[in-house]
Write a protein that binds this ligand. Structure first.
Ligand code: SF4
Length: 368
């Protein structure tokens, strides 16, 4: 995208005009859950809450893939990494998230071979350079990152690569939203995740809008995107409408990326259930490799080594309530004290998309 166009989405005059318009038109209290952690960071980074009238409130949602990963899944990655001749690879922040006793980062310091990737396809090079080892890709992420994992699976299958396995933790956006709403959350509308929608299309949100009567506006990440989306939500309420809207039309289409969807369907199927950190077991909320690719599935290959026992979070950590939009990071007793980015206690502080990390980094812009 041309740099001039990107800058136009940060134009202070445009953002100010949107702020004035929202203040003029907002007639009722609207609790807006931003589903995606990327939006949480944009809101905090640009101090957008300060530009909104008091009746517009943002609450944070479950759309940070690192934050929602339960400890037992991290323990599984740790246990696999401890097996002989294993190189465990994963993306970004996952390495720092604490499991029940340690993290992948700490395990690496003990000498185990654990590597952070920039792209899942880097796994191919590592496997090629280490033919006597098995490389296990600990795959995380929402619908956004699943296509890259599917591309990697396809390469492994087609090129008959023998030393790559997969531990699949890909999760889906709509099921936890249903769970949160069915628990009676005080949410009037949603900012829809944009990167997820690039893959899925924005049509996947229609059942949520129809069932809970909550408008959803799929929004870009620039400050003017978020402000424009809030204005659209405000207008839906004023005009008695309840719809899915697509503010991010420069990137997102109604049907999404059909080619990517087909590739995902070729290799993955929906799990019966998956346990989310803070949200518990949610039916049909995650993916796994299809049975015909069981030989590539690290969960099956190492089944005898893995305990599937659920593990609770630290007793002071309120990530569960934060991920459901019921609490803000400031309400945690150990926020910015025992829990901080250098010594994170919970996943919401570890992840670069986590709400606690956003409040720690940009808290000075908060409206109290
Ligand atoms: S500040 Fe730390 S311990 Fe508290 S909720 Fe956030 S991640 Fe959990």
């Amino acid at each position: 995208m041309p740099i001039d166009l990107i800058n136009s989405f940060k134009n202070p005059e445009h953002i100010k005009a949107l702020s004035l318009q929202i203040k003029k038109e907002a007639k009722r209290r609207i609790n807006i859950m931003e589903i995606c952690g990327g939006h949480t960071h944009a809101i905090m980074k640009y101090g957008l809450t300060q530009l909104l009238p008091p009746q517009i409130e943002f609450v944070h949602g479950p759309g940070c893939p690192v934050c929602i990963m339960p400890k037992e899944r991290i323990d599984e990655a740790i246990e696999i990494a401890r097996q002989p001749n294993i190189i465990l690879v994963t993306l970004g922040d996952m390495i720092r998230v604490p499991g029940s006793k340690t993290s992948l980062q700490d395990l690496r310091a003990e000498g185990y071979d654990i590597r952070a990737l920039y792209s899942p396809l880097d796994t191919l090079k590592i496997a090629n350079e280490n033919p006597d080892k098995t490389v296990v890709f600990f795959a995380v992420g929402f619908e956004t990152t699943t296509p890259m994992s599917a591309v990697l699976v396809e390469k492994v299958v087609k090129e008959r690569i023998k030393n790559i396995l997969f531990h699949i933790n890909h999760v889906l956006v709509p099921p936890p939203i249903h769970t949160i709403m069915q628990e009676g959350a005080d949410i009037d509308a949603f900012l829809g995740p944009s990167h997820v929608s690039v893959i899925t299309g924005y049509n996947i949100f229609t059942p949520i809008v129809e069932k809970y009567k909550t408008p959803i506006v799929v929004s870009g990440f620039e400050p003017s995107d978020v402000m424009e989306s809030v204005l659209r939500i405000t207008r839906e309420f004023n005009e008695g409408r309840c719809e899915v809207e697509n503010e991010y039309s420069r990137v997102v289409a109604k049907e999404g990326n059909v080619k990517a969807q087909k590739l995902i369907e070729k290799y993955f199927e929906v799990r019966e259930s998956f346990r989310w950190r803070g949200l518990g077991d949610i039916p049909k909320s995650a993916l796994k490799l299809k049975d015909e690719f069981a030989k590539l599935d690290a969960e099956i290959v190492f089944a005898s080594k893995l305990s599937k026992k659920p593990i609770d979070d630290h007793k002071f950590c309120i990530c569960a309530d934060i991920l459901k939009g019921r609490a803000k990071p400031f309400e945690c007793k150990i926020f910015a004290k025992a829990c901080n980015p250098k010594t994170p206690v919970g996943s919401c502080m570890v992840s670069s998309e986590g709400a606690c990390a956003a409040y720690f980094k940009y808290g000075k812009f908060l409206r109290n």
